[in-house]
Design a protein around this ligand. Structure first.
Ligand SMILES: Nc1ncnc2c1ncn2[C@@H]1O[C@H](COP(=O)(O)OP(=O)(O)OP(=O)(O)O)[C@@H](O)[C@H]1O
Length: 288
């Protein structure tokens, strides 16, 4: 295992419990339980699991959108467990970790031009507050680096395709020059050919600058293409963890096997998934 002191993000025995819905007689919801992982500089760690397995809740705790119920969650050694109290802290956190959502259409301000969206992020997150022209030039360079030439700067989000909008969301994240980008089902809504383009873009970005990805997905084919390591979550718990290529080539845990069996590929037989027993939740929580 790598040296923990090198990790940018460290999660140790992380837990998130949501109270039972008001007026219901139900139990509190344990969305994340005893989850441990590390994210290292310039690596892509995937969090994999079916809907409701707790992936997004882990990400939301990392960016401060949810508080931590128990356990440790640090970014560069600073705890994120208690949430942010001051605007200055919120900005500092955002400079370290940026979030790209599945649906860029709802996360981008539809009334702002593309150039202004990225320029605002540059102005907000660059230390020493850059001048207007400097912020604009930096924004144009970033847009260019995600494959959106200068003609896109004057357009509005609704004038762009889904893939182009996701490029804008990535550009806006890059404008903060973060150490980590959380990509939460960031290609799930795109056609396969557009997905491939965005995944290539993410690989190119990582080749050019030091940035780590926490790549959240239910899609193992996508995860296989983009990540070096993965953790597999089922009902809030990490049930499998390791090098992506190895885990997918030789999945041992029944849940990982059942997930992999659901990925269409040459020779894939729909009946196979039914024959595989789906794992019961495991109390094991290996660190990744
Ligand atoms: N704010 C909340 N209040 C109550 N329960 C929540 C809340 N947010 C998430 N949950 C519950 O926590 C569990 C994990 O949800 P989470 O969204 O983290 O899973 P996920 O793996 O990201 O799934 P999806 O891909 O569908 O978002 C689910 O049972 C969900 O209903």
């Amino acid at each position: 295992m790598s040296n923990p002191s090198e990790a940018i993000v460290v999660a140790r025995n992380l837990q998130k419990v949501f109270p039972a819905p008001r007026g219901s007689k139900g139990e509190p919801i344990v969305a994340v339980d005893d989850v441990s992982f590390e994210l290292h500089p310039n690596e892509c760690l995937a969090i994999v699991g079916e809907s409701g397995s707790g992936k997004t809740t882990v990400a939301r705790m990392l960016v401060g959108l949810e508080t931590v119920t128990a356990g440790e969650l640090t970014v560069r050694g600073e705890s994120r467990a208690k949430g942010v109290k001051h605007l200055a802290d919120r900005r500092r956190w955002a400079r370290e970790v940026q979030y790209v959502f599945q649906d860029p259409y709802s996360s981008l301000n539809g009334r702002q031009r593309i150039g202004d969206i990225v320029e605002s992020s540059v102005a907000l997150h660059t230390r020493g507050t850059p001048g207007k022209r400097e912020a604009r030039n930096t924004a144009r360079d970033i847009l260019d680096s995600v494959g959106l030439g200068s003609q896109f700067a004057e357009k509005f989000p609704h004038q762009l395709s889904g893939g182009q909008r996701q490029r804008v969301a990535i550009a806006r994240a890059l404008a903060a020059n973060p150490a980590v980008i959380v990509l939460d089902e960031a290609v799930a809504a795109l056609d396969v050919s557009i997905q491939a383009q965005i995944l290539n873009l993410l690989t190119d970005i990582r080749a050019e600058r030091e940035v780590s990805y926490l790549f959240i997905s239910h899609d193992l084919a996508v995860v296989n293409q983009v990540s070096e390591r993965m953790i597999v979550m089922e009902r809030g718990v990490v049930v499998d963890a390791g090098a992506t290529a190895e885990l997918l080539a030789n999945p041992v845990h029944p849940y990982t096997r059942s997930l992999r069996a659901a990925v269409p590929r040459p020779g894939w037989k729909p009946l196979r998934r039914e024959r595989l027993a789906v794992a019961s939740p495991s109390s094991e929580s290996p660190a990744a």
